[in-house]
Design a protein around this ligand. Structure first.
Ligand code: ZN
Ligand code: ZN
Length: 412
């Protein structure tokens, strides 16, 4: 791809994240958490935001190398605390309703070899401090969007054998294709795509399944009960202020929440997962009445065991998402080691916090949502379970069995 075209498409992609991702409103503040490796792209997003009438762009810079250095070298006691000004940053801007555009591009193994106990303590401290903010986000009280652009470390992890420059260009091409970035038509292509996702959402909402049964040759054999008042979502969603936004760019999923105590069987992951800067691979969960009772991983088992025990809700599930095996990202054949991309190439579950996709949730308390079947946790970790031979059967309230997935793809 020639240099000018590459720059044009990057700019269109940045505009897409601000216009369709956040759908930034005039006079609204925008927070951009970004790695310093992605500064060029962050600047393009900021320019697009000001163009759209942004009141102020607030940067929240991170650096994988400094993060790793801190985990290895800082005083041990700091991992159990969060600075009050940090909590204030999230709470003030969250309450104000600022848009939140995360540019996520981390080295999938940035914390490899770091004591998992230290990571867990930091996660618990942060989870407790940012509880209020996270709840606002899960309830879509402000528009938020996650996107990814190539950083050196991520690019190297995806294409380890390629020349650096060629690898970066290739990764950009994969991103443009997954995000429907098409010169001059990016926003309209994206909108057509999110509309399309709505078709499957409507069909699933019409069936209103009581349970789903998953089975494949990888070893998954699990029944997932859905809450009485659940609904499916996908594509774009409505913020509390009425503005439509796309929380993930790209997105290929339609998703809902499982009933907290309603999962039984074995769930086997079909792709590796980069979590807390470590790669976890070859793993499965045995689940009884919604709770993980047994876990095994060929790689990263220690980190996984810590991840499902950060709090009580971390060993229960918060999301079931359907993605066809033949999705465009899956067709690329690339293993991205980046959850935003890998989860949109595969059916997935998440352990931890549920999105409150429950009718009437906006007027329900945490206790009422729990009673309706929603799981609460400070964590939410997606992992992939899709395969070419995945069969999913939906069972309606009156016991009718309907094929939902045949051979890894939607049956309807
Ligand atoms: Zn998902
Ligand atoms: Zn998720």
């Amino acid at each position: 791809m020639d240099k000018n075209k590459l720059e044009t498409l990057k700019k269109e992609y940045a505009e897409l994240t601000v216009r369709s991702g956040i759908n930034l409103q005039k006079g609204q503040r925008l927070v951009i958490p970004s790695s310093v490796d992605c500064a060029d792209f962050a600047r393009m997003c900021a320019a697009a935001a000001y163009e759209a009438g942004c009141r102020e762009v607030v940067m929240d810079w991170t650096d994988d190398i400094m993060t790793r250095m801190k985990y290895l070298c800082a005083d041990d006691d700091i991992f159990g605390t969060v600075n009050s000004w940090e909590k204030e940053f999230y709470d003030v801007l969250g309450k104000e309703g600022a848009g939140w555009l995360s540019i996520y591009s981390e080295d999938p193994e940035k914390l490899k070899g770091v004591d998992p106990e230290r990571i867990k303590r930091a996660q618990i401290a942060r989870g407790n401090a940012l509880k209020e903010f996270r709840e606002r986000e899960m309830r879509s009280e402000f528009q938020w969007c996650v996107c990814s652009v190539p950083s050196k470390a991520w690019t190297k992890a995806v294409f380890p054998d390629m020349d650096e420059e060629a690898a970066e260009e290739r990764l950009w091409e994969e991103i443009f294709s997954a995000c429907r970035v098409t010169e001059g038509e990016t926003v309209s292509s994206w909108e057509a795509h999110t509309q399309e996702l709505q078709t499957h959402v409507n069909i699933l909402n019409d069936y209103h399944f009581a349970r789903l049964h998953y089975k494949n040759s990888a070893g998954t054999d699990v029944t997932v009960e859905l809450p009485e008042l659940h609904y499916w979502a996908g594509g774009d969603e409505k913020c509390r202020n009425g503005v439509m936004f796309s929380a993930n760019i790209p997105t290929e999923e339609v998703f809902t929440l499982p009933k907290r105590d309603g999962i039984n069987g074995r769930i086997v992951a079909t792709k590796p997962l980069s979590h807390n800067g470590t790669i976890i691979d070859g793993f499965w969960f045995e689940v009884k009445d919604g709770k993980i009772t047994e876990v095994h991983a060929e790689k990263g088992e220690e980190v996984l065991k810590h991840a499902i025990t950060v709090d009580e809700g971390a060993s229960y599930f918060g999301e079931v998402a359907l993605v066809p095996y033949d999705s465009p990202i899956s067709h690329s054949g690339v293993l991205f080691l980046n959850t935003l991309y890998d989860e949109n190439a595969s059916c997935h579950f998440a352990f931890g916090e549920a999105y409150p996709l429950i009718e009437g949730a906006e007027n329900m308390t945490e206790e009422e949502l729990k009673a309706a079947g929603a799981n609460f946790s400070m964590t939410h970790v997606d992992f992939m379970v899709g395969s070419r031979d995945l069969e999913i059967t939906g069972i309606t309230g009156d016991g009718r069995e309907v094929p939902v997935f045949i051979d890894g793809n939607f049956a309807f």
